[in-house]
Write a protein that binds this ligand. Structure first.
Ligand code: GAP
Length: 458
């Protein structure tokens, strides 16, 4: 029996695996990098796309009451006045007068409770890095501003969206009318959001450019409570479906004084991370009529809803599901990362510890690796035929280099659920060996049966 070692206790191993195997690179690295931005490499983009597809399928494709949207990232200033973000989307910032490092005051308070006490007493505050004096807190707005237009001095201010859901409210009327939707209904969107975070960090956990998967469900205010629960359950079920260790997931309700300006009620999905304990990965918010009322007021368009059956007219309440794509990816990587004592391969490829990324098959970047035992023509030809037969349905890898043990290990490390080996017997019996990543069980399957076999597996 292979002994499974304790799960990861350090982020360094995951960060190093992500770089070494082409999942995630620091962006603009050849120029020294741009802090807090990352690029997704060949395997990273597959994994990220699979996460988004898994969300879209369950959220939009399989439902009759949710439709999709892809709205603009650039937005006029008035949108963020109406949404309340220009006024309220701020973090308290303090700066060290000596080393000029900037910190979020609320984070310092969490780290050191005496810090909060000192602030209340208005003592001079100490920088946690160099001990220098800190400034008094200032409100720092997180929205990112840019300029539109080509004539210097005559450019218009615009904003990169700070949350994707604002595009949903802006399109609420167009979508409701063009799709002839009746309440309750939802609009979902996946896309980039931008925030000038004071303290980005923890790899892809907190970045200035990131992706969100958001759905806004428009309901009669009387039914808000019921649908809030529906979407809270949906959100937890979605994460549970893809992780190995459910004990690392939990709900946390926001205290009254931490609620965002738009929220009447908020619960976060938290995951127990190796870098900083329980952290937020998603939020489910009851936004009441805040957004549509404010956009009605600022745009002077009537965004109320008339229920033709009950003759009731109301501003719909919004029940929001808001999930981070990058954070979901981080959660799945951390959750899947497993170190085991040597378990696979021939003598020359044995290592004391092997890494197996136990990603859910639906998320795995490569679904099947095609591994001919020899580079010689008859085997190569057969392997290529099998590759061509399966490539329409699955992202495959083709690897004919080094020993089979090393090739298995390379696939385990990137989470490939199945390895398909073609040997000289395959030429006679028209069958191949399929190895399961998690159980290491091997099965001999007829080549003619492969499509059905994998259809059952994925
Ligand atoms: N529309 C509501 C909203 O944006 P939020 O709690 O500010 O709510 C929702 O953000 C989710 O977006 C978070 O739970 C997280 O997954 C992701 N997110 C927020 N800021 C992020 C950042 N700086 N880097 C990566 N992901 C972030």
């Amino acid at each position: 029996m292979n002994k499974e070692k304790s799960n990861i206790n350090s982020m360094d191993k995951i960060i190093s695996l992500c770089k070494r195997r082409g999942f995630i690179f620091p962006s603009a690295e050849i120029y020294g990098g741009l802090r807090s931005t990352y690029d997704y490499g060949p395997l990273g983009v597959e994994l990220k796309n699979n996460i988004k597809k898994a969300w879209w399928r369950r959220m939009v494709q399989e439902r009759q009451d949710v439709v999709g949207l892809d709205s603009a990232i650039l937005t006029p200033e008035i949108v963020w006045q109406a949404s309340g973000h220009l006024e309220n989307f701020t973090d308290p910032l303090v700066e060290c007068k000596k080393c000029h490092q900037r910190f979020r005051q609320d984070e310092l308070e969490q780290r050191d409770s005496s810090f909060a006490k000192k602030r209340i007493q208005n003592d001079s505050l100490a920088c946690p890095e160099c001990g220098g004096e800190l400034t008094q807190p200032q409100s720092f707005n997180l929205l990112m501003k840019t300029q539109l237009g080509v004539v210097e001095g005559k450019q218009d201010d615009a904003y990169l969206r700070g949350e994707t859901c604002q595009g949903i409210y802006l399109n609420y009327l167009n979508i409701k009318d063009s799709m002839r939707l009746k309440m309750p209904f939802g609009i979902a969107q996946i896309g980039k959001a931008f925030r000038n975070e004071i303290t980005p960090g923890n790899f892809i956990f907190r970045m200035r450019e990131f992706e969100q998967m958001e759905m806004q469900y428009f309901v009669n205010p009387q039914e808000a409570k019921k649908y809030y629960k529906t979407w809270k359950d949906w959100t937890m079920d979605w994460y549970q479906e893809f992780i190995q260790q459910p004990k690392n997931l939990r709900w946390r309700q926001h205290e009254k004084d931490e609620l965002a300006h738009y929220a009447k009620e908020a619960w976060d999905v938290e995951y127990k991370t190796p870098f900083d304990g329980w952290k937020e990965f998603a939020g489910v918010h009851n936004r009441g009529d805040w957004d549509l009322s404010r956009h009605s007021q600022f745009s002077k368009q009537d965004l109320s809803y008339m229920d033709l059956e009950t003759k009731e007219k109301f501003i719909p309440w919004v029940q929001e599901v808001s999930m981070g794509v990058d954070r979901a990816m981080l959660m799945f990587l951390v959750d899947a990362y497993t170190e085991v004592e040597t378990r696979s391969g021939d003598e020359d490829s044995k290592h004391e510890t092997e890494v197996v990324l136990k990603l859910h098959p639906e998320l795995a970047p490569i679904k099947i690796a095609i591994l001919p035992l020899s580079k010689k023509e008859p085997l190569q030809k057969l392997a290529q035929q099998i590759f061509d037969d399966l490539k329409q349905n699955y992202k495959l890898d083709y690897d004919e280099t080094t020993s089979i043990g090393k090739r298995y290990r390379r696939q385990d490390e990137i989470g490939t659920p199945y390895c398909l080996t073609i040997d000289f017997e395959s030429l006679d019996d028209q069958a191949v060996t399929i190895r399961d990543r998690d159980t290491m069980q091997q099965e001999r399957i007829k080549i003619a049966e492969l499509k059905n076999y994998f259809q059952d597996k994925f």
